[in-house]
Ligand binder design. Structure first.
Ligand code: BG6
Length: 504
């Protein structure tokens, strides 16, 4: 029996249909949802953009994208033929009201042909400066009147700072109900990120330990080997703080620090997450100096290839002050977490591509073993590896086999590859399916986005007001600037990484 939840007839209107996000993420995700039987029998994908294309040319482009980027490999002809019949293209100018009348007609036609009222999802895969005009035009054309049948998906970045995020929220909430707005943070769709909730709330053994009494500190580290590539123009106005910390890393922190929800209801979970953001200690300018450090990569070598420094990248100012690395120490001021530091770091052109969360537990209260037995002593650690390795490892002390008593740390590992045969869906598959199902659990609510901006604004303003004098301050293929080591070393800790072979 097919246990899949049934999706309703759906029309996807993709603004930015010829853009990079559609090519790399949205089209492959929709195709894989189709292959796995998640799309309804009646669905339609209408890509839209300024480029002049026919339906067939658009289909051809998407086929090439899918062949290149889909996790399931090249498209199978019979499946592609079936899928692609539902793809259309509309040349459009998003500023022109005629564009929206045309969408209205297309939706009506599908509804008539399908003898139903389909869900319509407007996906804004466009530059953020177009969000307001598209949203307003959708509203003027009365395309989003039914809150139960129409949804709007907004890509990151949601705002440039607190004020712009508030403005965008205000504009959107004047047009749509909150239940129609799907603000994407693709980290939330990652299989391993969703598993943090399963791990924490489906296992009774963790909760008693999950607090300040047993946990000494937490680290969230998202490092990338890639540089800014061809995104210099966007990144110059963003930097690591806006690009990664305000959204992805703070969301990871929320999953680790949230209180147990009373149910798996979207708002209940989002309430518990927003509680964390609100409990986080706000920074004074002095705190920024003491608890936040920034870096920018210089040139160097990565895997035998010479790579440019950030200031030499395309569309980057030669004296750019944009940070490509940030490390911050946060506190969550509540009963559970008082006094437990949460360290975060993220950076580009780092030694390793890895997103890991490490929870270090407090040491044993009394060491019963002789000093020689405990020479390689290590406190217990739980390492949640989000990507590329997908695993959870608990590091415990064990006796090394032999006649003498010698202890060392060993790993108890749950690893996806060794445990499950089926491949994990891509984040965008999960998020697109949830949008179709009307499940907002893994999307950012308006107040959540604002709370995250509120938290980082003092850091942003302090860094903007005071330019860094020593950029670039880390070289490619390193672990970031030395000051990041100092930030954590002052408290007696060091940054953890997961060696490439997965062993610690
Ligand atoms: C994006 C950022 O949101 O996330 C990029 O804009 C970053 O700069 C990317 O590289 C990282 O995502 P992932 O899924 O590759 O970890």
């Amino acid at each position: 029996m097919d246990s899949k939840i049934k999706t309703q007839p759906t029309i996807f209107v993709i603004f930015g249909g010829t853009g990079d996000l559609t090519s790399r993420k949205i089209a492959p995700a929709l195709y894989n949802l189709f292959l796995d039987g998640w799309l309804p029998d009646q669905f339609s994908i209408i890509g839209t953009g300024r480029t002049q294309l026919t339906d067939d040319q658009f289909r051809e482009n998407l086929l090439n994208d899918i062949n290149q980027f889909s996790r399931s490999g090249k498209a199978v002809k019979a499946k592609w033929d079936e899928f692609s019949q539902n793809i259309y293209y509309q040349v459009s100018d998003v500023k022109d009201s005629e564009t929206y009348k045309e969408f209205g007609k297309r939706v009506e036609k599908h509804n008539t042909d399908w003898k139903t009222k389909a869900n319509v999802i407007y996906y804004l895969a466009v530059s953020p400066n177009l969000f307001p005009i598209i949203a307003s035009n959708i509203s003027k054309a009365k395309l989003a009147e039914d809150p139960l049948k129409t949804r709007i998906v907004i890509e990151k970045p949601f705002g440039h700072d607190l004020e712009s995020a508030k403005e965008l929220n205000k504009l959107l909430s004047g047009i749509f109900d909150e239940c129609q707005i799907y603000r994407i943070d693709h980290y939330l769709g990652k299989e391993t990120v969703q598993n943090i909730m399963a791990f924490r709330f489906a296992n009774s053994i963790l909760e008693p330990l999950w607090n300040r009494n047993y946990i000494e500190h937490v680290q969230i580290s998202v490092t990338e080997q890639l540089g800014v590539e061809d995104r210099g123009d966007y990144y110059e106005g963003a930097g690591a703080l806006r690009d990664m910390i305000q959204n992805h890393l703070l969301q990871l922190l929320c999953f680790i620090a949230m209180e147990p929800p009373t149910s798996f209801n979207a708002d209940e979970i989002r309430n518990r997450k927003v509680d964390v953001l609100r409990a986080m200690r706000k920074f004074s300018p002095d705190d920024v100096r003491n608890s936040a450090v920034r870096g920018q990569y210089g040139k160097g070598w990565m895997q035998g290839k010479e790579v440019p420094g950030y200031r030499e990248e395309q569309k980057v100012a030669p004296d750019s002050n944009t940070e490509t690395f940030a490390a911050i120490k946060f506190f969550v001021d509540n009963w559970r977490w008082q006094g437990v530091p949460f360290y975060m770091r993220t950076g580009k052109r780092m030694h390793q591509t890895a997103s890991i969360i490490t929870i270090e537990f407090k040491d044993v209260p009394h060491l019963v073993f002789p000093t020689e037995a405990a020479e390689s002593w290590q406190q217990n650690r739980l390492i949640i590896s989000i990507q590329p390795e997908m695993s959870i490892r608990l590091q415990v002390q064990a006796k090394r086999p032999g006649l003498d008593m010698v202890l060392n740390a060993v790993d108890m590992v749950f690893d996806y590859k060794g445990t499950y045969n089926s491949p994990a869906p891509e984040a965008y598959e999960t998020l697109l399916l949830d949008t179709m199902l009307g499940d907002q659990t893994l999307f950012m609510r308006g107040d959540q986005v604002e709370a995250a901006w509120e938290l980082i604004m003092p850091i942003l303003s302090t860094w903007q007001a005071k330019k860094s004098l020593n950029f670039p301050n880390y070289s490619a293929d390193s672990w970031g600037p030395e000051i990041a080591e100092a930030l954590i070393a002052r408290d007696g800790f060091h940054w953890f990484s997961l060696p490439a072979n997965g062993k610690k």
